[in-house]
Design a protein around this ligand. Structure first.
Ligand code: AMP
Ligand code: MG
Length: 584
């Protein structure tokens, strides 16, 4: 949730009797058992008594909360681990400030606040939800009619704790927008609708492979352009074989030898044949080719002992392509076959979209480039810039490394302006979650970029911003290398393909059997890197082991991404959606 001095802050909202207090109590115990300190701030519309046995605040304290406070319009009190204090008036913000040392701050009530909310609703209260379900980050309910992508039951405190503590989720909060961001579908919709006008250019056929055709390429000729022989043998006319059999053989005079590439010199007359090789044009008047192996030849005489029909073993003109036929559709990539096809049909140069230039820059004062000899304490090497650059190139761009920018919004703003001046798309890493040093958003605002959306409801890769500056997309990726790479697989590469003019730019998803049970329930869904293996001729997706949110091990030796849908926990053998990204 909201990262606020490394704290996770959430608020439970629901009518009285919905079971908030009991659930929070269980959640506190669960969080405590995981070594997290918890603060609870309860809002009460009425007068209250603090620290009385049986009262909610007392129960929270008993459950292990290190800091409990209750407040209303008139007064508030703090119960810290050092005893009870009663202090004058305070606002929610001030109470949150006072809970500074706690890892998790749970607010009860305060449905007007912008803190991400977990709605609680119990059928028995007969009242439903106190907040519109659209404005909830998660839902706890026993009501089957209430739907939410992040939905828990009343006994799911472990799953709620998993969800709250998930770092990629924690990163995603923001000071002025606490929602979980747009859905993956919505993000694709926006990414697909950014107006882009890729330029075109003619390239030599030698450079065409991998580029995207900027026009419908039509065949300018028939292929093959002449009647040709599909085999090595003899060519003659079928009329001359009428009535031929073993008893009545016919004999032809071999008048010419036609190897591939030679234009025949003789039009065949009655009783004449030509020796012909595979791919060679048939002489005039020939309409049959018979292979060497079944022909009887002595000196320059060919003997035939059966009748033939016209056009036996003859490849007609235009068997493969007719003049005017569509060879490559505009927006299709020129692969090996297309490259050959274009050449086959006379394209010495091709009209393609210009290869987009992708600028990549990394923000983070902790970063040191790979070629710096020293790695001072507290610093890490900038790895993401290389991964993101490579992924941009994988998708078809030319990537340019713009290096490291310190955590300074003016510096970041300058770097974005500079990078976008010489590229078609800018990728930044770091600084798009919420924290004191997350400055890409403010830099984008500073330069007047149009922010299309910030944060996507996906894990990993929630911290993400899509913006447009000077007509060019600026994509802010998470600093977390795995999260940044996942955003690239999904949105970054899609945008590059769009810049390349690809007509179907979205990642290709297919279904495969899952190779192992998914151990963890993911209420919000999850994207998992893994490998496709072939077992008994069947493609199986094997998820790589994830060591932790900040780790990158799961990326190594992965060729694909498995998609776990919200709330699902598929078992081995079940079909799941997979993006197959590269052959290892
Ligand atoms: P940020 O999104 O900037 O808050 O960074 C999240 C985490 O990723 C932090 O642990 C950073 O140190 C780390 N990180 C940020 N940028 C990079 C990078 N370019 N390469 C490797 N790790 C990074
Ligand atoms: Mg950073």
């Amino acid at each position: 949730m909201q990262k606020y001095r490394n704290q996770i802050i959430t608020s439970f909202v629901g009518y009285s009797g919905s079971g908030k207090t009991t659930f929070i109590e269980k959640l506190i115990k669960e969080l405590k058992s995981r070594g997290r300190s918890v603060a609870v701030i309860k809002h009460d519309a009425h007068k209250f008594d603090i620290d009385k046995e049986g009262k909610d605040t007392f129960r929270y304290k008993q459950a292990g909360a290190g800091f409990v406070s209750i407040f209303s319009k008139n007064n508030y009190a703090v119960v810290s681990s050092y005893g009870t204090e009663k202090i004058g008036l305070a606002k929610l913000d001030e109470l949150i400030n006072m809970a500074e040392g706690s890892d998790v701050v749970i607010v009860e009530g305060c449905r007007e606040s912008s803190i991400p909310k977990i709605g609680v609703s119990r059928v028995a209260t007969g009242k439903g939800l106190s907040v519109d379900v659209k404005n909830l980050a998660a839902l706890i309910t026993d009501d089957d009619n209430l739907k939410h992508p992040v939905r828990f039951g009343f006994d799911d405190e472990k799953a709620v704790a998993d969800w709250l503590l998930d770092e990629s989720f924690a990163e995603s909060g923001s000071n002025d927008d606490f929602s979980r961001g747009v859905s993956v579908e919505k993000a694709f919709e926006i990414i697909e609708s950014i107006p882009l006008e890729p330029e075109t250019e003619y390239v030599d056929i030698n450079e065409a492979f991998g580029r995207v055709s900027a026009e419908n390429c039509l065949s300018e000729m028939d292929f093959p352009p002449f009647r040709r022989s599909p085999l090595d043998g003899y060519a003659f006319n079928h009329e001359d074989t009428k009535g031929a059999d073993r008893e009545h053989p016919v004999t032809f005079k071999i008048v010419e030898e036609i190897p591939a590439g030679k234009s025949p010199e003789h039009a065949l007359k009655k009783g004449e044949a030509a020796k012909i090789l595979t791919g060679a044009p048939l002489p005039e008047n020939a309409d049959v080719v018979e292979k060497f192996e079944v022909c009887t030849v002595k000196d320059d005489l060919l003997t035939i002992t059966r009748e033939y029909e016209a056009d036996t073993n003859v490849v007609p003109i235009g068997e493969d392509y007719h003049k005017g036929e569509l060879l490559i559709e505009k927006g299709n990539r020129i692969g090996p076959f297309e490259a050959g096809l274009l050449a086959m049909l006379g394209y010495a140069s091709v009209n393609v979209y210009r290869k987009p230039v992708a600028a990549v820059l990394s923000t983070g004062s902790e970063l040191v480039d790979a070629d710096e000899p020293e790695l001072p304490n507290g610093k890490i090497r900038n790895s993401s810039i290389y991964t993101i650059g490579a992924m941009a190139e994988e998708a078809g761009a030319k990537a340019v490394n713009y290096g490291i920018v310190s955590d300074d919004e003016k510096e970041i703003a300058k770097a974005i302006i500079k990078a976008s001046g010489t590229s078609d798309i800018v990728f930044t890493t770091g600084g798009v979650s919420v924290g004191d040093y997350d400055l890409v958003i403010s830099a984008l605002k500073m330069i007047g970029a149009e922010i299309l959306f910030w944060k996507v409801s996906m894990k990993p890769g929630m911290a993400f911003v899509a913006a447009v500056y000077n007509g060019r997309p600026v994509i802010g990726l998470s600093g977390n290398p795995s999260a940044a790479a996942m955003s690239m697989t999904m949105f970054g590469k899609t945008l590059i393909r769009r810049l390349e003019g690809v007509c179907r730019p979205l990642p290709v998803i297919s279904k495969m059997k899952l190779g192992e049970d998914i151990k963890k329930k993911s209420p919000g869904g999850r994207f998992i890197r893994g490998r496709v293996i072939i077992e008994n001729g069947e493609a199986i997706f094997l998820p790589n082991k994830i060591a932790g949110n900040g780790t990158t091990k799961a990326n190594a030796k992965s060729d694909s991404v498995g998609i776990i849908k919200p709330g699902q926990q598929p078992l081995a053998g079940e079909l799941i959606e997979v993006i197959y990204e590269r052959q290892l």
